[in-house]
Design a protein. Structure first.
Lengths: 324, 257
């Protein structure tokens, strides 16, 4: 079967949900091989095998950590030339998209970013689905050149364990990273504080607050914690200095597509909608019944967001207590 | 320090659609504008040259109407413009666009190539990285802050997991986010001065490009497009004191809790 390269997104070796999604997706196209950037000691082959990887290439070099994007693209180009995979799947993070961009040029290949679905067509080509123009349109495309390169959006599919996890082969790959690729050096890195909530980009539930919070995110955060959700913010809330930019949902912030998106006190400006339109279920709470966000909502409450969210939090807590 | 800013002429949000003929983004009969994310790139270029000297050239690849995007950049204060226009460009993908831009900035010469973070139409955000790859120069992308000292550029980049400071020495490709600065409005003086600024129009032949661009050369083929259907059947309730409880009920019924 044809080999599919899957770039592993991990934190100190622990694979992220997006990696499980990518491996699940790759099994539709062929036989997944994971590509792991980091120390061999950190690789967790069992986790990768569980989702169907039969091989993991381990690439360890300071350059992958200390330089921006270019070294990883070089390494992947080396693997593509040597292994001739049928496709390369990469997480749709800002770094992932830039690695994919450079790889597409190096290998003269077709590239699709932010795909929500990837299948092999009857014609044998890789076909993708993606939403464009801020979620206003959906397009399908086929990749017709070189080694198809796809970045897959988080939450695009449900990870599934492989039927029978085959033994996984670990192969260390040494690639000489060029001096040119080391030219953009990361001179400092301050990791985000762990706030004990899921990451916004791949959370399955997101509760966001906007202008309507008036700067008080307590009810938003409490509801998020009750649902095990990530907290997001509209651009208006971020521009007002109420919430850090890392949590901004929208065209120029994070694009999310969770199972459930709760927009509280958010009117629904185009640039916000562009960042959440592909959410599966949308709930809106806003005191303005005319707010455009209600046009996208599966369920909406016209009312004071604090009162509504606090009551909903209490109600869910009570139901859980009663059920326990 | 001479800076070339790559800008894009994009359809206004309300006018974004596809051509029924070949599934490409419809650019023929729509109102367009300078991509607003590119205004941050023009602004950053102006700030750097105002502090350190040098000239700003605005480059665009696009149909006749795309001259409007250059004009906007000149009114903001850029010194000159280059418009690459050629019928053979129709249907070009990001890889082809980066090929043309790379040839153009090599021809103009540059210390820094500056881009916006993404276009507001295609929105892939891959052209800056592709340009750096083609030019063989360092990429400093998605900067929320830029510092230039001598020949060294340092940026602040906010990733999903960390805030990073990244450094490289020129020549290089730089892209800035909408957090980097507040773009200026053209002044009356700027508007008058822009009328006298030089704009060159180049064809693909002027850049020595004979193939690898246009719809035929694209690495992907859009087979279908569809406007996302409006959400219907949404249930909107008014909070009469039980709105939160009804929300909880809905989430339970949908098995979301």
């Amino acid at each position: 079967m044809s080999e599919i390269l899957v770039v592993v997104d991990h934190t100190d070796g622990a694979i992220r949900t997006t990696t499980a999604e990518l491996l699940t997706c790759a099994r539709r196209l062929g036989e997944p091989s994971a590509v792991f950037f980091g120390a061999e000691a950190d690789v967790t082959p069992g986790q990768l095998a569980e989702y169907g990887a039969t091989k993991v290439y381990v690439l360890d070099d300071d350059a992958y950590r200390d330089c921006l994007v270019a070294p990883k693209a070089e390494a992947l180009a080396h693997l593509v030339a040597g292994r001739r995979p049928a496709a390369v799947l990469i997480p749709s993070t800002s770094e992932g998209k830039e690695v994919a961009a450079r790889l597409a040029i190096k290998t003269d290949s077709g590239l699709v970013t932010d795909a929500s679905d990837v299948v092999r067509g009857d014609d044998g080509a890789v076909h993708t689905t993606q939403s464009v123009f801020g979620g206003a349109f959906t397009t399908t495309a086929s990749i017709t050149k070189g080694t198809p390169i796809v970045t897959l959006k988080p939450n695009s599919l449900t990870p599934e364990n492989a039927d029978a996890a085959a033994p996984i082969e670990v192969e260390t790959v040494d690639v000489a990273v060029s001096d040119a690729a080391r030219a953009a050096r990361i001179i400092s890195r301050e990791p985000r504080e762990d706030i004990g909530r899921p990451d916004l980009a791949d959370a399955s539930i997101v509760v966001s607050g906007g202008r309507g919070t008036g700067g008080d995110f307590d009810a938003v955060e409490a509801f998020a914690d009750c649902l095990g959700a990530a907290v997001g913010a509209s651009r208006a809330a971020v521009d007002a200095g109420w919430y850090p930019h890392a949590f901004q949902v929208g065209q120029t912030g994070v694009t999310v597509s969770p199972q459930l998106y709760v927009a509280s006190g958010i009117s629904g400006a185009i640039q916000h909608i562009a960042g959440m339109r592909s959410s599966k279920t949308v709930v809106a709470v806003n005191k303005d019944a005319e707010a455009p966000i209600f046009g996208l909502a599966d369920f909406g409450v016209v009312g004071d967001l604090r009162a509504v969210l606090v009551q909903a939090t209490t109600e869910i807590d009570n139901r859980r207590a009663a059920g326990a | 320090m001479n800076i070339v800013v790559c800008v894009k002429y994009v359809p206004a949000a309300a006018d974004r659609t596809f051509s029924a003929v070949d599934n490409t983004v419809d650019r023929a009969d729509v109102d367009g504008m300078l991509c607003e994310l590119d205004e941050h790139a023009v602004e950053e270029a102006l700030r750097i040259t105002e502090a350190d000297g040098g000239e700003v050239t605005v480059v665009t690849v696009g149909p006749e109407e795309a001259a409007d995007a250059i004009a906007r950049g000149l009114r903001m204060g850029a010194h000159r413009g280059v418009h690459i226009v050629d019928d053979a460009l129709h249907g070009s993908d990001a890889a082809a666009t980066s090929l043309v831009l790379a040839a153009a900035v090599r021809k103009t010469g540059y210390d820094i190539v500056l881009c916006g973070m993404a276009s507001t139409d295609g929105g892939m955000g891959v052209v800056p990285a592709m340009l750096a790859e083609r030019l063989g120069v360092p990429q400093l992308t998605l900067a929320s802050q830029v510092t230039v000292e001598g020949g060294t550029v340092t940026i602040r980049r906010e990733s999903s997991t960390a805030t990073e400071h990244i450094e490289a020495s020129g020549p290089l490709v730089l892209s800035v986010t909408d957090r980097s600065n507040e773009p200026r409005y053209p002044s009356f003086k700027g508007i008058m001065a822009a009328k006298k600024k030089p704009v060159e129009t180049w064809s693909l032949a002027d850049l020595g490009i004979a193939s690898e661009v246009g719809l035929e050369a694209a690495g992907t083929t859009v087979s279908a497009f569809a406007a996302r259907p409006a959400r219907t059947g949404g249930q909107i309730v008014s909070d009469e004191g039980e709105g939160g409880a009804r929300l909880a009920e809905y989430l339970v019924a949908q098995k979301l809790v």
